[in-house]
Design a protein around this ligand. Structure first.
Ligand code: FPP
Length: 254
């Protein structure tokens, strides 16, 4: 367990859950078995997150490019998302987890869209962890949609664009900067995930396949993150977190 003193107040971790298919193939099982095991890893991760100080957890479950996969795999994943949301909803309410799905809704099977709306409504008062699951998500599509939604007569600002971006991917009230982005499965790329929000994210790439990811792995990743030196382009070391304005004032000697 992390020492409560070393836990941050607000902390956004995003995870690219990769390696399900290879995990299954190594066991001579169908790729879908890897996704089922991956859903167990999702449960473990969500359970472990609050005690590590994680306040927002965004999981990449299905990218806009994943529609290119065989129909049987896509159908299996959509059914799995629906059954997982159903089975986890009560536990989310009990544990103060607010669940939102980010991404497009218009291409999802109707039953899944209804389930998402119901789970979002039932968990809306959760204040321990904001769990965001990205389904039919593309950061580049979200950026294009946000640009199209900007007030053409207003003065462009990061805040205004951020609000438009959140609206574009069903993520209100706003996109939250990612502090730590983890990718499992051995690949070293971002795959069109949270490109704007990860501008200053710390990146961590793990060889382990997602179904093998445990609470201990999450804790180890958080410990490495907390030991990292984040300067956000400045000179002040912030040991993991953004300097606040008083830090900057001290640095400037005022
Ligand atoms: C990437 O591994 C994983 C996916 C595209 C699906 C992610 C889904 C889950 C973790 C299951 C359940 C999720 C929820 C939210 C209930 P891959 O299939 O690309 O693996 P590979 O690179 O080894 O082929």
């Amino acid at each position: 367990m992390l020492d409560p003193e070393s836990r941050p107040d607000a902390f956004h971790v995003a995870i690219i859950m990769d390696g399900n298919g290879r995990w299954a193939q190594r066991r001579r099982r169908p790729r879908t078995a890897g996704h089922v095991a991956g859903a167990e890893a999702v449960r473990r991760t969500v359970e472990a997150a609050p005690a590590l100080g994680i306040t927002t957890l965004t999981l990449y479950a299905f990218s806009a490019d994943n529609w290119k996969r065989p129909r049987t795999e896509v159908d299996h994943l959509m059914r799995l998302f629906r059954s997982h949301l159903h089975s986890e909803c009560g536990r989310c309410v009990e544990n103060g987890v607010r669940l939102n799905v980010i991404g497009r809704r218009d291409r999802l099977p109707a039953g899944l869209g209804d389930t998402i709306a119901a789970v979002e409504y039932r968990t809306r008062q959760g204040d321990r962890l904001h769990l965001r699951i990205a389904i039919d998500y593309s950061a580049r599509d979200a950026l294009v949609a946000a640009a199209a939604g900007m007030d053409k007569d207003g003065i462009p600002s990061r805040e205004g664009f951020g609000a438009a971006l959140a609206k574009a991917m069903n993520a209100s009230p706003g996109p939250e900067d990612v502090d730590l982005l983890i990718r499992t499965g051995g690949e070293h790329r971002l795959s069109d995930f949270l490109l704007w929000e990860s501008a200053y994210a710390e990146l961590m790439f793990l060889d382990k396949a997602w179904p093998d990811f445990t609470a201990k792995d999450l804790e180890a990743a958080v410990r490495v993150f907390l030991a990292r030196d984040r300067r956000f382009g400045g000179l002040t070391s912030t040991a993991g977190f953004k300097p606040n304005h008083s830090d900057r004032a001290e640095e400037a000697g005022s």
